[in-house]
Design a protein around this ligand. Structure first.
Ligand code: AMP
Length: 505
């Protein structure tokens, strides 16, 4: 089945029901979405693209951008969303690798886009600006708003999402209609989406979290989305009373808690707060509960398959864990010899299920390497089972530190450092060391105090506290203090940047 057809079958009967409510109060109804996606689908076909061709979009978050995704689905094309932050070098690679039939870009970079498109042999370049206007929309205007969505098989590709590629060439994860449908249905049911739900949508839509997890749940529910271009605390405080569900990365919750106006009255109508894409600190989880009475539901997944695990909706949501395997997804944790690990022992997380991606675009060998013989995908994440079977993520295996032949899991040390008074947050990395192979190194942000000041905790103090609790080989050789940690748009700490920065010094 075509994913769009499934979503559309669940749209409200009333075409006037709101689908996206914008910050200026304008609303896109479900009828608008059907008509605009029909028109764009007709345009894409008229441009000569055939099912399976790629439609790349590097545009700002607008209703038209989401509708372009839906149009690509309807026409059987493969949607390729690109972070607007990407520059020449990155765009050149994506266009060359994915060879889309159509590239939709922002007008302010149309010169560059056309140059790179020509180089990559991309035939069509159209524009869409941040107010939803541009040659894409103009070109679609003459076309009919009716379009019969093409029939799809489960394995037909719906999207390619490039991974952030912090350890080499960025890889295009191929997701099929079947993959996206499986995950959308599971999440919709597992998180108890219900009539009347309204989703606060402040995430970007070039990423799995904002585009698939958030939009698919809302569209499958025929819900309204409070569709904001980005996360903003003031806007969130204003809109939360109208929202029943919010999805965010941990940073959003941290920022809400920093605002003294955030409290129980603001969240009186919200039934669910979902967090993911990066680890939610236990401290944030606890503080959120104390301030609002709500227990954030943390889930875990990745571009290569959407969501794999979730804390329960109805049962106990446990801070510091990502819950259990979702229905339809098998999760196992194995050691380096592929044997299942016992509870409490950290191993490699592997997943299998209808949601798990088809493979990496034009990288058959890489795809083969990343799957086991029995069809499990090696996520590259490490984790363990807690005594009750909740999964605890310890971080990416590439961030594992091996010092003097011994494994050090950064998260264990980070949690201890973060719990020290005077410390806001930390990242623990391994740096090349002639003797130990890698040297454990901590990069730490002190808590802000007073007007513009910071807590005075020192390297010696941090090390002393750790020494009282941890084996010597885990103790950082150095503690560097910084104003803030480098994070990407999804709130992930970019440890590769830290490793580069401190390797040079
Ligand atoms: P992405 O493909 O950009 O969504 O990134 C996926 C990666 O984010 C995963 O492989 C994990 O390393 C990390 N991640 C996602 N959710 C969580 C979570 N709840 N806790 C810890 N790490 C997470």
């Amino acid at each position: 089945m075509n994913l769009y057809s499934l979503l559309a079958a669940n749209f409200p009967k009333d075409d006037k029901a709101p689908c996206m409510i914008l910050s200026d109060g304008r609303a896109w109804t479900y009828g608008d979405v059907k008509r605009a996606s029909g028109r764009l689908a007709n345009l894409i076909v008229a441009l000569g693209l055939k099912p399976g061709d790629r439609v790349a979009a590097q545009v700002e978050k607008t209703p038209e951008a989401l509708v372009l995704y839906l149009a690509a689905l309807r026409a059987g094309m493969v949607f390729l969303p690109l972070n607007p932050a990407y520059q020449r070098h990155e765009i050149e690679y994506f266009l060359g690798d994915a060879t889309p039939g159509l590239f939709v870009c922002r007008p302010q970079v149309s010169g560059l886009a056309s140059e790179l498109a020509a180089k990559a042999g991309v035939k069509q370049v159209l524009e869409l600006d941040d107010s939803g206007r541009g040659s894409l929309i103009d070109a679609a205007t003459p076309y009919s708003d009716r379009f019969k969505s093409v029939a799809c098989k489960d394995a037909d590709l719906a999207a390619i999402l490039y991974t952030s590629g912090t350890t080499g060439r960025s890889k295009g994860a191929m997701l099929s209609h079947g993959n996206l449908i499986a995950n959308a249905k599971t999440l919709h049911a597992y998180w108890h989406f219900q009539p009347g739900d309204v989703l606060l949508h402040m995430l970007p839509i070039f990423h799995v979290h904002g585009l698939f997890v958030a939009c698919h749940c809302a569209l499958l529910n025929g819900s309204a989305m409070l569709f904001e271009t980005k996360f903003d605390v003031t806007r969130a405080l204003k809109l939360l009373p109208q929202a029943t569900v919010m999805m965010g990365v941990p940073t959003y919750y941290v920022r809400l808690l920093l605002d003294k106006n955030f409290g129980r009255e603001i969240v009186c109508n919200t039934r669910l707060f979902v967090s993911g894409s990066a680890p939610l600190l236990k401290e944030t989880f606890d503080e959120f509960k104390a301030r609002t009475g709500h227990i954030i539901l943390e889930r875990y997944g990745m571009t290569e398959g959407g969501m794999f695990t979730s804390n329960p909706y109805a049962g106990e949501r446990r801070g510091g864990t990502v819950g259990f395997a979702l229905p339809g997804t098998k999760v196992r944790i194995v050691d380096d010899a592929s044997n299942p690990v016992k509870s409490g022992v950290i191993g490699n997380i592997q997943v299998r299920g209808a949601n798990v991606f088809v493979g990496y675009w034009q990288m058959p060998e890489k795809t083969l390497e990343e799957f086991t013989a029995d069809g499990f995908f090696k996520t590259g994440d490490m984790g363990s089972w807690d005594p009750d079977g909740y999964i605890v993520i310890s971080g990416r295996s590439k961030d594992l530190i091996i010092t003097g032949g011994l494994n050090v899991y950064p998260r264990e040390i980070e949690e201890m450092i973060d719990a020290m008074p005077g410390i806001d947050e930390s990242a623990v990395i391994g740096l090349p060391h002639s003797d130990f192979g890698e040297a454990v190194t901590a990069v730490v942000v002190r808590k802000k105090v007073g007007a513009g000041g910071t807590a005075s905790i020192t390297e010696t103090e941090v090390i002393a506290v750790l020494k009282a609790q941890l084996a010597n080989f885990k103790i950082p050789k150095h503690v560097h203090f910084v104003d803030k940690l480098p994070r990407n748009t999804m709130g992930k700490v970019q440890k590769n940047l830290l490793r580069n920065a401190y390797t040079k010094t």
